[in-house]
Design a protein around this ligand. Structure first.
Ligand code: FES
Length: 263
């Protein structure tokens, strides 16, 4: 849940009828959270800059046209925000429907079952059915097409299990880019990038490497922690299941101060 630039001056706005005072420039999403209202989100996270890609956090603002993303919209004095309406509910449901239409429906056997933000948001927006047909062959969700002079070449991207600590499963990726931003903003490594467009887009480790192990990845785990699905998953969780408790701790190895989850 990153925030746009702030002037620091306090402003008061209304979110669903609740008055809340926050520093000018705070994101509408953050202001809503201050008012005790959680706006659905997927691409935003508390420790990174707002990105505005998933469009799940749309809100209505009186006097403004359209439905802006609350994570990238800064508050101004007197703003009146509505986070709930039939229109917003329809939009969020439509967004989630598109995400789920291209996602494996294996929640019950997935290592992230019960600890998956995609699953949580599907429940949050009340998604029960998906109108769009999934590929008959679920392996097609792994597909990645490249275009060259000869036309379109469909490649099937397998799981990347090269890293000793975590796996990367492109079939479960929603391309929210949280891992890419965590690698840049939290770790400062720039090992990940997004490649391709639309259904063909995917996270890639490094510009020239074929997998995480041979990329610039330093195995800090920031990407795994940022991932809202089971795309990037610790091997220990896959093998042993989700731990009953975990704590966020800070690595003492060097002065960077990387935080990670200890289980
Ligand atoms: Fe705002 Fe994704 S959370 S656009």
């Amino acid at each position: 849940m990153g925030t746009p630039a702030r002037s620091g001056l306090p402003v008061t706005i209304s979110v669903d009828g609740i008055a809340v005072t926050v520093p000018e420039g705070t994101s509408v999403m953050r202001a809503a959270a201050e008012a005790g209202i959680m706006v659905p989100k997927l691409c935003a996270s508390d420790n990174m800059e707002a990105f505005g890609s998933c469009r799940l956090c749309v809100v209505e603002i009186e006097g403004r046209r359209g439905t802006p993303a609350s994570c990238t919209t800064p508050v101004v004095e007197g703003m009146v925000v509505h986070t709930q309406s039939d229109k917003l509910r329809r939009m969020r449901k439509g967004v989630m429907e598109l995400y789920i239409s291209d996602h494996p429906l294996d929640c019950l056997t997935c290592a992230a079952n019960g600890d998956c933000e995609l699953q949580d948001m599907a429940g949050n927006v009340g998604l029960r059915d998906v109108r769009y047909k999934a590929p008959e062959d679920r392996s097609l969700v792994n597909h990645f097409a490249t275009r060259d002079g000869a036309g379109i070449n469909a490649l099937y991207v397998p799981k990347d299990e090269s890293n000793p600590y975590f796996t990367y499963d492109p079939a479960k990726c929603i391309v929210c880019s949280r891992c890419v931003r965590a690698c840049e903003e939290v770790q400062g490594t720039f090992a990940l990038t997004i490649e391709g467009r639309g259904f063909d887009s995917r996270v890639k480790a490094g510009a020239v490497s074929d997998d995480f192990l041979t990329s610039d990845c330093v195995s800090c785990g920031a990407c795994v922690q940022a991932c809202p699905t089971a795309t990037l998953q610790e091997k220990s969780v896959i093998e042993l299941g989700t731990p009953e408790r975990s704590v966020i701790t800070t690595c003492a190895y060097c002065g960077v101060g990387c935080s990670f989850k200890a289980e």
